[in-house]
Design a protein around this ligand. Structure first.
Ligand SMILES: Nc1ncnc2c1ncn2[C@@H]1O[C@H](CSCC[C@H]([NH3+])C(=O)O)[C@@H](O)[C@H]1O
Length: 345
């Protein structure tokens, strides 16, 4: 084992847990669907109480809850099963950090179908999903994404807005490419009353961004531009272009096409903010970055998780003068700030 390999030592346990990892998937999905986490809460409940409140069988709840304890999704003490404060932050439906809704996208039959015959995907280099997978035009899966994943992006969108526009008191022309729910652009519009934000995505997805812009009360300062990011006009003299969770869907040639278009649309001193899961240079860590690449393997024809040096090379190849990596803790994703010409990073 090399020093930088972080996975645990190989063992029977690792093999068995991994081969049966879909039990974890099924258990967490079932618990969310049955409302187990909401019923249990931080105060805790007995197995009999949980079964009753979830309208479920005692044996099912008994086995499910014990398994959830074993994988760290519940705690128990004596008769009581409960959530710690930290678990409740992510698992309680009432919490602003609730992650449960993301299963509508992550565990949708469409996404999971991409992994039914991974050996074939690896052997042939072709998806088993129809057409171009999730990067097919107007793909309905992105409407689900925009609704299901938005809560996970609410904190990162605030952190990115701060990085994009520190002063937040000057006119700012922003393009949010592949905006999805639109939270990233909206955070800038809400922070700076002089900002004007254009959201680009497929028409069906922009409907969700439009709803969110209405809720945010900024409809008078936003614009919606439907269509393909590879062909729709990006505009000109822009201050900021957001590329959040987008580049990983494409191969390097595809990414460079987008970066060139963005460069042409920026004003001198303008910047692109790329928000991504970025792999370490070993490309096997952090584990989430390697996991994310698997998602791209099953669902896109050419995408993967990039390391910073890959992104830096692509930005340099397409004419950007300054490129820098910034962390925005506690977000796990990082931001590459790329400037056209000279400006303060
Ligand atoms: N060719 C394309 N042109 C425009 N949008 C696209 C294209 N391919 C994928 N998308 C959109 O890319 C988005 C990726 S998900 C990222 C959404 C958001 N920026 C966020 O960071 O959470 C989805 O909303 C897709 O609809």
């Amino acid at each position: 084992m090399t020093a930088q390999n972080q996975a645990s030592a190989f063992s029977f346990d690792l093999f068995y847990t991994t081969v049966n990892a879909y039990y974890r998937t099924a258990a967490v999905k079932a618990a969310i669907e049955l409302g187990v986490f909401d019923v249990v809460g931080e105060k805790g409940k007995t197995l009999a109480e949980i079964a009753k409140a979830c309208n479920a069988s005692p044996r099912g709840i008994r086995i499910l809850c014990r398994f959830l304890v074993s994988i760290g999704f519940l705690k128990n003490a004596g008769e009581l099963f409960f959530l710690t404060r930290e678990m409740a932050l992510f698992l309680d439906k009432k919490s602003p950090g609730y992650l449960g809704g993301s299963i509508d996208f992550l565990l949708s039959p469409y996404i999971m179908d991409g992994f039914k015959d991974l050996a074939s995907v690896v052997r042939t280099g072709e998806l088993t999903l129809p057409e171009k997978g999730v990067v097919a035009p107007d793909h309905p899966q992105w409407v689900t994404f925009a609704r299901a994943m938005a809560p996970m992006m609410s904190l990162p969108s605030l952190l990115l807005a701060e990085l994009a526009d520190r002063q937040a008191n000057q006119p700012l022309k922003v393009l949010d490419v592949a905006a999805g729910h639109g939270l990233f652009g909206l955070a800038i519009a809400q922070r700076n009353p002089k900002a004007h934000v254009t959201f680009l995505d497929w028409e069906n997805v922009l409907q969700v961004a439009r709803e969110n812009a209405t809720k945010a009360g900024v409809l008078d300062r936003v614009e919606f531009r439907p269509g393909d990011a590879f062909s729709v006009d990006f505009g000109k003299e822009l201050d900021v272009i957001l590329l959040t969770n987008f580049l990983h869907h494409f191969d390097e040639a595809g990414c460079e096409k987008i970066l060139k278009k963005a460069h042409a649309a920026l004003k001198e001193g303008g910047r692109v903010l790329t928000f991504e899961f970025i792999a370490n240079e070993d490309r096997t860590s952090p584990p989430l970055a390697a996991t994310f690449s698997m998602m791209m393997l099953g669902t896109t024809p050419g995408g993967e998780t990039y390391a910073y040096s890959d992104l830096e090379r692509m930005f340099k190849n397409t004419g950007y003068d300054q490129v820098e990596l910034k962390a925005i803790p506690p977000a796990m994703e990082k931001v590459v700030v790329s400037i056209k010409g000279k400006a303060q990073l």
